[in-house]
Design a protein around this ligand. Structure first.
Ligand code: NDP
Length: 256
């Protein structure tokens, strides 16, 4: 995909949670468009495999082992990416997790863990990356929401709160950083086959079939479905697109 509007050659992208699932699908898309990639996650073995996969695509890739809920670790991660890859053009806040319980059963510690991982981390990473994104002259931030940014579910207490927050946080940053030519957008994935939803399918009876019946495309999403939207939102093709939240869901959010 290395042509004109969508060419990312020489650019540097950070993908939190880029060592698996949707994050790896997005990282592969960016690498195929020419970007060098920093994969951020906690599991070193998983990150090593992802980095090798990305290097096979002909770009530089590094793993920076970081817990995105630790602000000082995030600050060190940003310094390391600038030192090793030279710049930051693209930040993808994708790391996330879920604890599936109704509100009356969720512990405060569990609420905090989900909000810290899914929402506060996006703030911490974005703030830490801002000077480098501004210096690049054409920064791009992509935040990962969910169908729970739009809908609720009894088991998605903290998760839905975090993913609703991601959309509003993206809008705030889009306004704040437009003068710096930084575009900030959110992607709202539908139901995608990953480790996260394998857990959900085990815990929530009938979920697999309900998703299939409700999705006009009549399938679960695959991680490769996120390459195209990511390259679009990371490239100059989207320079006048900011503050949006784009569903990538096989039509799930437009089906009554
Ligand atoms: P995975 O569980 O496959 O990936 C989650 C990633 O986040 C892992 O790579 C994990 O890496 C990383 N991560 C989690 N916590 C931390 C942390 N504290 N610090 C650093 N990295 C962390 O799930 P998905 O690919 O499905 O999810 C990716 C994103 O997409 C999430 O934000 C999720 O909410 C969202 N999403 C997913 C949907 C789906 O259907 N799959 C639907 C809608 C949204 P490590 O283990 O190495 O820390």
């Amino acid at each position: 995909m290395k042509n004109g509007l969508f060419d990312l050659s020489g650019k540097v992208a950070i993908v939190t949670g880029g060592n698996g699932g949707i994050g790896l699908g997005m990282a592969r898309g960016l690498a195929d468009a020419g970007a060098n990639i920093a994969v951020v996650g906690r599991n070193e073995a998983k990150s090593a495999v992802a980095v090798e996969d990305l290097r096979q695509r002909g770009v530089k890739a590094i793993a920076v082992t970081t817990d995105v809920t630790d602000a000082s670790a995030v600050s060190a991660m940003i310094d390391r990416v600038v030192k090793d890859l030279g710049r930051i053009d693209i930040l993808i806040n994708n790391a996330g997790m879920s604890i599936r319980k109704p509100p009356h059963e969720l512990e405060l510690e569990e609420w905090n863990r989900v909000i810290d991982t899914n929402l506060t981390s996006a703030f911490v990473c974005s703030k830490a990356a801002y000077p480098a994104l501004k210096a690049s002259g054409h920064g791009k931030v992509i935040n990962i929401g969910s169908m729970m940014s739009i809908f609720g579910a009894s088991f998605a207490t903290a998760y839905a709160a975090s993913k609703g927050g991601i959309v509003q946080f993206s809008r705030a940053c889009a306004n704040a950083w437009a003068p710096d030519n930084i575009q900030v957008n959110a992607i709202l994935p539908g139901w995608v086959d990953t480790d996260l939803t394998r857990g959900a399918r085990q815990q929530v009876a009938g979920l697999h079939e309900r998703v299939l019946a409700r999705t006009p495309a009549a399938r679960w999403g695959a991680i490769d479905d996120f390459a195209g939207i990511t390259v679009f939102l990371a490239s100059s093709a989207s320079d006048f697109v900011t503050g949006t939240a784009i569903p990538v869901d096989g039509g799930y959010s437009v089906m009554v």
